[in-house]
Design a protein around this ligand. Sequence first.
Ligand SMILES: C[S@@+](CC[C@H](N)C(=O)[O-])C[C@H]1O[C@@H](n2cnc3c(N)ncnc32)[C@H](O)[C@@H]1O
Length: 291
Amino acid sequence: MTVKEALEFAAAYLAGRGLRFPQQDAELLVISILRRDRAFLHAHPEFELPLPDESIFHQWLNKRGEHYPLQYLRGKQEFYGREFLVHPGVFIPRPETELLIEIGMGLLGQSPEGRVFAADVGTGSGCIAVTLACQRSDLMVTAIDVSAVALQAARHNADVHNCLDRIEFRQGSMLSVVKERRAHYHLIVSNPPYVGLQERSRVDMSVKKYEPREAVFSAESGLAAYPQLFEQSKELLRPGGSLVLELAAGGLQPVVLLGQKEGWMLNQVGCDLAGIERCAVFQICSSDKIF
Ligand SMILES: C[S@@+](CC[C@H](N)C(=O)[O-])C[C@H]1O[C@@H](n2cnc3c(N)ncnc32)[C@H](O)[C@@H]1O
């Protein structure tokens, strides 16, 4: 089978299975299996897939036809220029979450202690915790998740990216596992589950079927995680510290209202490439800035 034949066959098969971007998926499948780039596919349509690769191609195509995520087939996903191991049980990092890194890094000043403390609540693959630690060598991060499977992947990713010694992994719900650390953190970041069960029918089949439910859905409204984050972060952030939260599309207003009830003020909003508000920064209204 040539590259051209593989691409045409895969695109037609995936279109028939109801995939939204069959052409793009077909290219990614062939690129991943051959470990070549897109330019190679277009420059060498006559290239014959080696037999072992052709067999993997058929296996992966069948799985993708069942809407199984390509990232789980490849076992990795890129985030902020680094590769992260992902597999079933671990949420796949999304490009819009890179906004939290940009904004979080911009909020961190220098600390007189020489060390800066951050927490990543719902760390998943560890993409936020590991990226922050890689970007700043004076940063100590607490990475929290309810899922032992996710924490294991996050620990692996921290090891691969050489920051295992600056990330502490804690299993538990939200910030309750560090509740004794009053006024400890300069920054608390979270991309919590925020899809409402009421929106389930509109969620992509590959997400619904294969990504961990507790990573995606949060009660009927999708808002259940935010009140806990607001309540717990108040005690744990230093004066002047910031809480950085990812939002669902259309989630800004309800989340701001939840924050206001707990005395938080919206300080900054970040939009994704489509102009959708995806990231909100909160501070406590009465903070005296010391950081
Ligand atoms: C949307 S995923 C985000 C994962 C990763 N931070 C990212 O941005 O790709 C949400 C994560 O929160 C975790 N989670 C869900 N409920 C939690 C809770 N009550 N406490 C801590 N983590 C929770 C899930 O296991 C999942 O890994």
